[in-house]
Structure formats: C-alpha cells, structure tokens
Design a protein around this ligand. Structure first.
Ligand code: XIL
Length: 329
C-alpha cells in the first residue's frame, strides 16, 4: 500500500476532501485511507438544509457527518451565507417584494442558529460567509440580495450569529481568486474591518480553484503572507488544479494528455512545498473532491469538458501528482 496522504502530512496540516452522498459510497476506501477531514460539497448549503421557511432537511448532511465520525475524520461546515444555492423565499417578503432588512436578518439568524447549533461539537469550523468580494476592480462588495437588502453589515452579523450558535467553532471567510493581488487587497480590507469591529472571525479560507498556469507561485505566497498578517489561521478549502485554462472550449478530450499530467505534477509539488513552508498558519488543505472520477469541473465552467484535477486518477490510483506531494523528503 502507498503512504496515506494525511499521515505524510500529520506534522503539517489536515488533508481534506469535499464529498457528496455518491462519493462517500463510490470513493469510500480512498477517502478513509488518505483523508482526515471532510467538507460537504453541497449538502449543507442553504437550499439543501432549509428549502422552505421553517422546514429543515438534514438527512444528507447527517449521513456525511456520520461517515466522518465512523472514520475518525474531522468535519468542516460549508457554507452559511452565500449568494448561490440559496432559495428565493429567503429574500422575498410576504407581499412578494424583496424582504426588508429586519426580516432578512431574522431569517439569516434562525438559519445559522439551527444549522450551526445542530452540529455543535461535531463540526469544528464553518465557512460562515462565502464569496462576497467583487472580482471587477472598481467595486468592493459583490451585489447580492444579502448586500442589497441588508447592507454591508450582513457580513458582520453572520459571524456574530455563528459565534452565538457555536462559541467554540472556528469561523472562516471563504473566497476564490483569492491570490489575485487586487482581490486579495479587497479581501484584506474586509477582514481588517471585521477585526477592528471585534467581529468573531478566526480564519481565511483560500478556495484554491487553480489551474496549470495560475495563480503564480509569487501570488500564492503573497496571499498567504497577507492573510496571515491579519492574525488569522488559513485553510485551503477547495483545492483543485484544472488541466485547462478557464476559457478553454475543448470538450473532446477523453483522457488527459501526458504533458498535462506532467505539468500538473510539477505544479502540485511546488504548491505543496509552499504550503509546508507555512505550516504554522495553514491548518488544513482540502481538495474539492478526492479522485478524477468525479469533479464539479466536469461541468464547470464548460459543460461536458472532462477534467482531471486531483492527485488520484479515475481508478483511485496515485498519479504523478500524488508522488510529488507525498514523497518530498
Ligand atoms: C460547487 C459544487 O461543487 C457543485 O456541485 C455545485 O453545483 C455548485 O457549487 N465555490 C464554492 C463551492 O464555495 O460551494 C462550489 O461548489 C464551488 C465554488
């Protein structure tokens, strides 16, 4: 048997995977062998656990938490407040118009109380607020019903509610394009403001949806240093290294080109070397999946473009990428 990834990294950080009800079944052995932390890929999102006002559906989330427990894995929570995968009722008032600020805040609070409260002691940390920074350079916060109907303090309020619901949970802000210098500075501005207001935010989640060409190693390093300087712990929360550039339209590849896999292995090696250097601030590295037989990138952003973003292949065997991160010594 090959070395377990999480054992190789036991003096560094947790090694996590995002899962769903299919993969805890089809990838069970791989997950149990190499990962010591799990995230629900979709099953704890607002639309899954709270599809209608006052109606909560925790069956899928509970099964994932149970799977983690059975295999002695840690469990992180994803995600409480996001503009995606949140049902329309949340933002709608009794008159069918946009809900007012107080109604929306009250709904946010009872959602967070119920979800984070339920998993107290079983989920050690939450992505409380997800992706609120705008990518376009001249705008700070992304327009969303949360922002537009509550105002900027919806972010602080979400963290306060989460802290009340589970005072021992580690609370994260989570975002993508997190290494892009301009966006990084906007994220830092948000986190600094929250810290100044003594909002209970404890960590920065770097999603890590990267590819063979970007972000640059310098930008990754600068992002880690910038976020860590705020006194936060860091987690890489959704790592995958796409073999395609974002806009590559090719959907005809049935297997990865040798060259792609060689480049990916180099890249994984370089990136994990940086992660290891920062082991004092990085507490977990979670892949957004586990092996190449299933990844959300098979449909995003180009429908039907098969991807191979992980360190285990479609048959759950180690790729060259695995050896570059597991066998560095
Ligand atoms: C993705 C899931 O992987 C997909 O299955 C789903 O259709 C859409 O959401 N940033 C996040 C994650 O924070 O929740 C997203 O997960 C990927 C991007």
């Amino acid at each position: 048997p090959i070395p377990a990834l999480c054992a190789q990294y036991k003096d560094y950080f947790d090694i996590g995977a995002a899962v769903n009800l299919t993969t805890i079944d089809t990838q069970q052995e791989l997950l149990a062998a190499h990962f010591n932390s799990l995230t629900a890929e979709n099953d704890m999102k607002f639309e899954r656990v709270h599809p209608e006002e006052g109606i909560y559906t925790f069956e899928a989330a509970d099964r994932i938490v149970q799977f983690a427990r059975q295999h002695s894995m840690k469990m992180r929570g994803h995600t409480l407040v996001w503009h995606n995968q949140t049902p329309a009722w949340v933002f709608t008032g009794a008159d069918g118009k946009p809900a007012d600020r107080d109604t929306l805040l009250a709904r946010m609070k009872s959602h967070i109380e119920t979800v984070a409260g339920r998993y107290k002691g079983r989920i050690y940390g939450w992505d409380v607020v997800n992706e609120v920074i705008e990518d376009k350079s001249d705008i700070w916060l992304r327009s969303s019903p949360w922002l537009d109907q509550i105002g900027e303090d919806f972010i602080a309020q979400a963290f306060r509610y989460a802290h009340e619901a589970d005072p021992s949970a580690i609370l994260f802000y989570n975002d993508y394009n997190e290494c892009h210098p301009e966006k990084r500075e906007k994220i830092i501005r948000l986190l600094r403001m929250l810290k100044e207001q003594e909002v209970p935010v404890h960590g920065m989640g770097l999603q890590g949806h990267w590819n063979l060409n970007g972000p640059s190693l310098d930008d990754i390093r600068a992002a880690i240093e910038g976020y860590a300087a705020l006194g936060l712990q860091l987690q890489v929360t959704e790592l995958d290294i796409s073999v395609f550039d974002y806009n590559d339209r090719r959907t005809d590849l049935r297997q990865p080109a040798e060259e792609m896999l060689a480049q990916q292995a180099e890249r994984y090696g370089q990136i994990f070397r940086i992660f290891r250097e920062y082991k004092d601030v990085i507490t977990a590295v979670t892949f957004w999946g586990a092996a190449d037989d299933y990844t959300w990138l098979d449909d995003f952003p180009v429908k039907g473009r098969k991807n191979w973003p992980f360190v285990f292949d479609e048959k759950h065997q180690p790729k060259e990428s695995y050896w570059k991160i597991a066998d560095w010594r």
